[in-house]
Ligand binder design. Sequence first.
Ligand code: UDP
Ligand code: MG
Length: 308
Amino acid sequence: MKTIAIIIPAYNEADNILPVYQEIQKALLSFTSYNWEVIFVNDGSSDKTLEVLESSAKEYANLKYISFSRNFGKDNALKAGIDSVKSDLVITMDADLQHPPSLIPELISKYEEGYNVVYAHRKGNNPHASFFNKLSSKLFWKILNMLSGLDLEDGISDFRLLDKKVIGVLKSMNESELFFRGMVKWVGFNQIGIEYVPNERLKGETNYSKSQLLKLAIYSITSFSTKPLYSAIYIGFIFSGLSILYIPYIIYSIIHHLEVPGWSSIIMTIVFFGGLQLIMLGVIGIYIGKMFMQAKDRPNYIIDTKNF
Ligand code: UDP
Ligand code: MG
C-alpha cells in the first residue's frame, strides 16, 4: 500500500493542531488505498504547540511531530519534514486551515492521473486581502517571474502534493536560503495547478507582517536569480547612452558662450547616481551575504525532539 505524509509547519498554532488533524482525517476517511500520517513541524513556537502535539500524538497513532530548537521559518520547517519522510507521497499544507483539507482527494486523483507535482493556487484574488495587499502581491509575482524565469502563478501556495521522484530531488537540495514555491517549480517533471478558495485563518493571526513580507520578497528573488546583479550594467549603458546625447548641447553652448545653468541639475545628478550606487551595492551585498551563509554550511534547521 502507498503511503502519504502530510507535512504541516506550525508556529504558535496550539489551537489549530487538533482541528486541522481532524479535518484531514475526515477528508481521507474513504481513502482506504493509502496509508497516511500527519507530521507537524513545530517551528520554535512560544505557545503550547509542543504540549498539544505531545498529548495528541498519544491519542492518534499517525500524528507525528518534529520540534525545532528555535524558530527557523516555514520553508526550513517544510524541508525538515521532507528530509524526515520515507513515504511515497508528500502533501504540504498550512496549520491554520486556510488550505482546505477537503481538497486532498483532488490532489491525489491528479497524482493518479500521472502528475509528479500537484499544487494549489488561489482562485482569483484573495477575498480577505486589502487592496494594498492584492496590489503588492501581484507586483511581487510579476517581478519574481521576470527575474527568475520561473512562471509562478500569482497566489501559488505551499499547499501541494509531491511524488517520490520530486521528494528525492528536494531532499538533495541543501542550499542555505530555501524558497520552496520556487524550488518545486524549478525541479520540473509533470506539474499541474488546481485552483482553490482559501478559508479564513481558524485561530490566531498571520505570522507575517508587511516588513517581513518585503524581506521575504527580496530573499526569494535573490535566491532564484542573479539578474539584479546585472541590472547595474544595463542601467550603466542606458545612462552613458543618454549622456552622449548631451555632448552636442555642450558644444553648442561653448560656441554661443551660454552660461552653464545653476547647480541644481548637478546636485540632482549626484543624488540620483549616489542612490543608484547605494542600491547596487546593497544588491551585491545581499549576494555576498548568501555566499557567506552557504560557505559556513550551517544546517538549515536544528531538531530538538521528534517522536518517530
Ligand atoms: N509558519 C512557520 N514558521 C514561521 C511562520 C509561519 O512554520 O516562522 C507556519 C504557520 O504556522 C502556518 C504557515 O506557516 O502553518 C503559514 O503561516 P501564516 O498562516 O502565518 O501565513 P499566511 O497564511 O498569512 O501567509
Ligand atoms: Mg495562514
